[in-house]
Design a protein around this ligand. Sequence first.
Ligand code: PXP
Length: 255
Amino acid sequence: MTHLSVNLNKVALLRNSRGADNPDPLQAATQVLDAGAQGITLHWREDERHTRRQDVIEIAALCRARGVEFNLEGDLRPALIDCALEVGAHQCTLVPVRPGELTSDHGWPLPAAASALTPAIERLRGGDIRVSLFIDPREESIAYVGGLGAQRVELYTEPYARAFGTPAQAAALDALRACAARARAQGLEVNAGHDLDLHNLPTLVTSLLVDEVSIGHALVADALVWGWEKTLSAYLAACRGEPCTPPRTRRQHQP
Ligand code: PXP
């Protein structure tokens, strides 16, 4: 079964745009868990443009109290690793950050990043935190992960999402399938994330075994139309491979 971890960064982004406390990511986290999500993800960037350190502390505590997984995403800066250890994150997903990027748009370059990753992985594992590495869906990269000490990979699904519904879809899915098989052969578990939505999620989870998806942008956008409860019910069904009709109809772009 594929678990759904809901990324609440977009709720924090909306809050930050007015500088006060509305909407409240902690309240959103409570509602999302009430609606059945198996976990919460926050990507805590150094510039705090969405999630802030205080959000991480509060939502990690909520997840602990509710007995669900808290997944902290971020780069290798010491403050991020310290914070994951301090709040007792269940999982830390290490993600490379390129200055100026709009959102995460690439996995770790391996083997080049191996020496930077290893000390962080050791520290996190020493604190009993599961480590997942964000990786491009290329078998060459996956081949290096097993030796680094991480327990999971998160496959970057933006190329699949972009290819979805086009003639390139089959090749994008094949790449993910091959990476997942290569990861499992090394004893790694497999997460997936980025640009997943109600259109492309059922096909993904029925095409390969995925332990957890982390979904933010599309899910929060759908919740603006449907509310949390109906949205979570649809995404949980999609995680079981059930086809869903999203609330959003794609607009035709004018030439
Ligand atoms: N996985 C990683 C590593 C991410 O950085 C993000 C965005 O913060 C996501 C998954 C979620 O992507 P999306 O918002 O497109 O669902």
